[in-house]
Design a binder for this molecule. Structure first.
Ligand code: ZN
Length: 301
């Protein structure tokens, strides 16, 4: 009897509470997300380059976003604010911290130099320094952090910059001072003259005329090619393209095949093609110790 009663009690009182808690947490999570985009909706991107690492990688230890670029490229404040710190750190290198409206704090690390002083008021899009490779850094890049609240040593207030700028991914190009850094079209890069290409090399290649709103990233996705391949093919020094620019698109691997590039390993190919190493070995009559070489054609499906 007591069990029946307990079960009724459970149904009548506990179930609605569970349901309520479930809905409530969903609503809170959603409101939280909306709040961030509301508060940071006007922010612009700090530098031009390519995303080389995202927030939350390295077992969650990477509390910022890395943007690889050219040494000396201008780095800008993402919003107006006040410089809270500007110093040379052993790990961050030359680093600038800026406090913004609503208590946000942003961090610009590994700079080549710093152009602002502590307590200085700073406007949105004002230059804070130049992109560099100082501190604990391998290669020229900006390490950029956003904290909702102040920066602390344990970085507990850090948030994913994708929550502010929209979702991007490693390998994607971004543009400085853009509100939506993933969709902008920038200024010209010169296409390689066609005369220095032999006719045989050029067959299988198509010419793509850049349309309004297109990015090199978008084009690379369309042709299923890495961004770098298109940049190399057209001798582009920066990822910026303009409307009506003609781009030579190198031949992509035929369907079901993969053409080995320099630096590939059997492991990297299996990862990038989403197939098992065992399948890759079986289809191509390879062993784990087999050598592969650039331009080799592998069967991948
Ligand atoms: Zn980083």
């Amino acid at each position: 009897m007591i069990f029946v009663y307990a079960r009724r009690l459970l149904t009548v009182f506990l179930m609605p509470i569970c349901v309520y808690v479930m809905f409530f947490s969903v609503i809170v999570a959603k409101a939280e997300g909306d709040k961030v985009s509301e508060e940071t909706g006007y922010w612009t991107f700090p530098v031009e380059g390519m995303i080389t690492d995202s927030y939350g990688t390295r077992s969650g230890g990477h509390k910022g976003m890395d943007i690889g670029g050219e040494i000396g490229s201008p780095v800008y404040s993402v919003a107006k604010g006040k410089v809270t710190k500007s110093y040379l750190s052993r790990s961050y290198g030359h680093v600038v911290f800026i406090r913004h409206e609503n208590g946000y704090e942003t961090v610009y690390a590994h700079l080549e130099n710093r152009l602002v002083k502590e307590q200085q008021e700073i406007a949105q899009g004002e230059q804070v320094g130049r992109l560099g490779n100082t501190g604990r850094s391998t290669g020229a890049h900006l390490h950029f952090e956003i904290h909702r609240g102040e920066w602390t040593i344990d970085k507990k207030n850090a948030i994913d910059p994708y929550r502010v700028f929209g979702h991007g991914e490693v390998g994607q190009l971004v543009f400085a001072k853009e509100k939506d850094p993933f969709e902008a079209v920038g200024v010209a890069g010169l296409p390689k003259s066609e005369s220095d290409e032999s006719g045989s090399e050029r067959k299988n290649k198509v010419t793509h005329v850049v349309q309004k709103g297109e990015t090199l990233w978008g084009i690379s996705q369309k042709y299923d090619l890495p961004v770098e391949d298109i940049m190399v093919e057209n001798a582009l020094e920066s990822p910026n393209i303009v409307i009506n620019q003609k781009l030579l698109i190198p031949a992509a691997s035929p369907k079901g095949q993969y053409i080995v590039k320099q630096g590939d390993t059997l492991y990297s190919i299996s990862m990038s093609q989403g197939i098992d190493m065992d399948e890759l070995f079986a289809w191509n009559d390879l062993k784990p110790e087999s050598d592969i070489y650039p331009q080799q054609v592998l069967k991948v499906e």
